[in-house]
Design a protein around this ligand. Structure first.
Ligand code: PEP
Ligand code: MG
Length: 569
């Protein structure tokens, strides 16, 4: 059986089936004001007990001082303290006569569903965070806590999905692996497993339910394989693989503090893409030296109105402080297309990906934009924040966006509020016109970051979500490569920094080619950093340039891919 390998490594162990308590709506209706009063108080107490439970857990000495896990729990406290959740639940109790339990289930389910509908893998995975917070409140309302009783050290936890609060009941030292029915690359199971270095496979589908308690199971967190009841020969061969993995991993771990410099002395910036402050721990754990893309959308999701300047400021400040001296590129709001906010309705469009989205919305609705810009500028004094505008297709948009930054600065100055006057401004190059006119755009900004995810889809006219035509969607198409080449060349001609923050940055086959083009920065999911660094430090820039010269003469992606595979062998 195959799922998505999200935390590499091989585990051979016995299945532990982790089942959550079923949660269902009672349908009971409150009768009078006294009931409403009682249910409202019960809800408030459950919320404060949930927060107290998390705080107590954090203080517990046996708690492994793992930064990510603490940050996950702190984010939960923030969500639990969200006045919007409280007012929505109280509204259901007082105006719809629902019990506290039913009101919580409904409010949380609506918020989670809204996130699931978003076709952005990271953001839709955050639905389980919201659901988890709901479960936490319900557990306190119902006085119901399930604990995991594990024996031995080789338990492979088989579950539908695993949430941060589930991990509170885990003795992590007894877990050898995770396999879940649901989940994607950025689900919590993935984040937690990676943080703990425990192999995990998610999104295995319903077939996983065939596993019985104590069955022998092998999981390969690199390939996504799950083998149920393996024979002796299979076990032997996986023990062998386990040894090799341990050796390679030990080697990659030693790279954490090594600078990504080629053998002939070229320093490359290896940064990470994040969507929340929680992700930061992983960045530095994996030897990342900054954030090349902070997708700010998550801050705007899972709520019923735009976050105000202060809320945004607190978020960016937290990221800036936690990043210390390392740079963080904050991308301004990139909604529209497939990312929608329930409180900001965009009328249906024939081609939403070519429609009213990202910078187009921000330049049209300046108040939303300037509020975000002011929050980032203010937070800039606590770290090294840069601002990046998405979906730029012409120079006028850049000029207008810069005008908005100017306006934001003037408003802050008038109000006597401190901010970083030297914040660098950059743009994403993810529309072919921008890539072709990189020479013109380079004069306007401090840096470029190439968004190959969208650049591929717009250059090749291939929807990045459409599985039927996914074979056409490749960053090794010579047309796409010519655009990246041009952007890099023009950026350098104008002495501007150029990075790449699309998925191509984490593709080991692309590393030498991109190095050879002269890219200054690679930004990717944090877990990919060691493997890419390993390629950078083992090769010279002159070899990379040679690879690039050869590839740029090739006529199709198949030839290019097989040549790059040959080079990497
Ligand atoms: C991109 O388009 O390459 C990119 C990094 O942005 P997103 O995936 O958020 O569209
Ligand atoms: Mg994009």
């Amino acid at each position: 059986m195959n799922g998505i390998g999200v935390s590499p490594g091989i585990s051979i162990g016995k299945a532990y089936l982790f089942k959550k308590t079923e949660i269902s709506v009672s349908g009971n209706i409150l009768e009078n004001d006294e009931d409403k009063q009682i249910e409202s108080e019960k809800f408030k107490k459950a919320v404060s007990d949930s927060i107290a439970g998390i705080e107590a857990f954090k203080l517990n000495k046996s708690f492994p001082t793992d930064r990510e896990e603490i940050e996950i729990l702190e984010t939960q406290i923030e969500f639990l303290s969200d006045p919007q959740i409280e007012s929505d639940v109280l509204d259901k109790i007082n105006n719809e006569f629902k019990t506290a339990g039913d009101a919580v289930i409904e409010v949380i389910a609506a918020a989670a569903q809204m996130l699931r509908n978003i076709e952005d893998e990271y953001i839709s995975a955050r639905a389980s965070d919201i659901q988890d917070i709901g479960n936490r409140i319900l557990n306190h309302l119902n006085n119901n806590f399930s604990a995991m009783n594990l024996s031995g050290k080789d338990n492979i936890v088989i579950a539908e999905d695993i949430s941060p609060s589930d991990t509170i009941t885990f003795d992590i030292t007894k877990i050898a692996g995770f396999a879940t029915i649901l989940g994607g690359k950025t689900s919590h199971t993935a984040i937690i497993a990676k943080a703990k270095g425990i192999p995990a496979v998610v999104g295995c589908g319903a077939g996983l339910a065939k596993i019985e308690e104590n069955d022998t199971v092998i999981i390969d967190g690199s390939t996504g394989e799950v083998i149920i009841r393996p024979d002796q020969n299979t076990i032997k061969s996986y023990i062998e693989k386990q040894k090799i993995f341990a050796e390679v991993n030990a080697l990659l771990k030693t790279l954490k503090n090594i600078s990504p410099i080629t053998t002939d002395g070229h320093k490359i910036n290896l940064y990470a893409n994040i969507s929340s402050a929680v992700d930061l721990g992983q960045v530095f754990e994996n030897g990342g030296e900054g954030v090349g893309l902070l997708r700010s959308e998550l801050l705007f999701m899972g709520r019923t109105s735009f976050p105000n300047e202060e809320e945004q400021f607190q978020f960016y400040k937290q990221v800036a402080v936690n990043s210390g001296n390392n740079p963080v590129v904050v991308r301004t709001l990139d909604i529209g297309g497939d990312k929608h906010l329930p409180y900001f309705k965009i009328p249906p469009e024939t081609n939403p990906f070519l429609g009213y989205r990202a910078i187009r919305i921000c330049l049209d609705q300046k108040e939303i934009f300037i509020t975000q810009l002011k929050a980032i500028l203010r937070a800039g004094i606590f770290g090294k924040l840069k601002i990046m505008f998405p979906m730029i297709c012409n120079a006028d948009e850049v000029k207008q966006a810069k005008g908005c930054v100017q306006e934001a600065m003037e408003e802050l100055t008038t109000s006597g509020i401190e901010f970083d006057r030297n914040t660098e401004l950059g743009i994403m190059i993810e529309i072919p016109s921008a890539a072709l006119m990189a020479d013109i755009l380079a004069k306007e900004v401090d840096f470029f970051s190439i968004g190959t995810n969208d650049l591929c889809q717009y250059t090749l006219a291939v929807d990045r979500m459409n599985n039927k035509i996914s074979e056409l969607y490749t960053h090794f198409n010579p047309g796409v490569l010519r655009l990246i080449y041009n952007v890099t060349e023009q950026a350098h001609k104008h002495k501007k920094h150029v990075g790449l923050c699309g998925e191509m940055a984490s593709d080991p086959l692309a590393t030498l080619l991109l190095l050879g083009m002269g890219l200054d920065e690679f930004s990717m999911g944090a877990a990919s950093i060691p493997a890419i660094k390993n390629i950078i430090i083992r090769n010279s820039m002159s070899d990379a340039r040679e690879v690039c010269r050869k590839v740029m003469k090739m006529e199709n992606s198949v030839t290019i891919t097989s040549y790059l595979k040959e080079v990497m062998r």
